[in-house]
Design a protein around this ligand. Sequence first.
Ligand SMILES: *Cc1c(COP(=O)(O)O)cnc(C)c1O
Length: 334
Amino acid sequence: MHLSRFPRQRFAHLPTPLEPMERLSKHLGGPRLWIKRDDCTGLSGGGNKTRKLEFLIGDALAKGCDTVITQGATQSNHARQTAAAAARFGLECHLLLEDRTGFQSPDYTLNGNVLLDRLHGAHLSKRSGGTDMNAEMETLAAELRAKGKKPYVIPGGGSNAVGALGYANCAFELVAQANERGLKLAHAVHATGSAGTQAGFVTGLVAINSGIPVLGIGVRAPKEKQEQAVFALCERTAEHLGVPGIVKREHVAANCDYVGPGYGLPTEGMAEAVKLLARLEGILLDPVYTGKGMHGLIDLVGKGFFAKDSDVVFLHTGGSAGLFAYPDAFDLPS
Ligand SMILES: *Cc1c(COP(=O)(O)O)cnc(C)c1O
């Protein structure tokens, strides 16, 4: 795969470390668990959107755009990383934030990612839950064009075939790291939402015939819908990469049993997983994605889903800024 054929700006700190989680592995009694630290991509607190933004911002600049527009939930990590990337390249940034939880506390509406969006100088505008956010972005783009701007619209989560290239890149990077160490990865697990991470990752892993299966732990949609969204984007990503049709439907697997009451709504399993990683590994997860993803991984380990004598990697997709929006989710002693 020759990713250099695609426009890209390099600002992520890569490669991200691949580290063993010895205390967690011991605590759970196997398999050997590893963590790929995409929470350490370096841009404004890091996270998975940074890899996608290398290609999206690259494309925006190649097209001569001077403004970016994107959308997400109030506490969107994608919005925060987009605001930072835009700042870095002197682009005007407009964020449309959808209230998907109804939470009104100042921590939720102003702290965490929202604080960082504002520090980066992004223009924020709120929408109520259920709004057609793509239509809102198009309306805003038309308004900005009428004012002489050249806006580049980034879909929610940066999840299109351009953004997904960032996770094909991650697949190549992870396999190179595993090969260097003689590490045979039996499975990769990560939180999946807008589908770009899993689609790029799976497409990259399949394209180099790695044989590593991926399990996405859903944070929003039911299983069938999530898998279809990922698969559809795998097909577009493979086509964009010049290898149409290589990803088969059976390469795409999601488990959506850990969503709880809904997107961005805390669960007990999430809170336990966040505390466990903080206390056993000194690693910060997040309440919306990686806490639920890790809850899924831990629960599946308990159910014997992975062979005890195998190596399993959790892709840490970031998000810890969101912890500051959810101070009451963890039942902590005062
Ligand atoms: C966006 C996000 C995800 C999910 O990635 P998608 O590409 O949207 O599926 C996972 N973890 C964190 C922390 C995120 O911000």
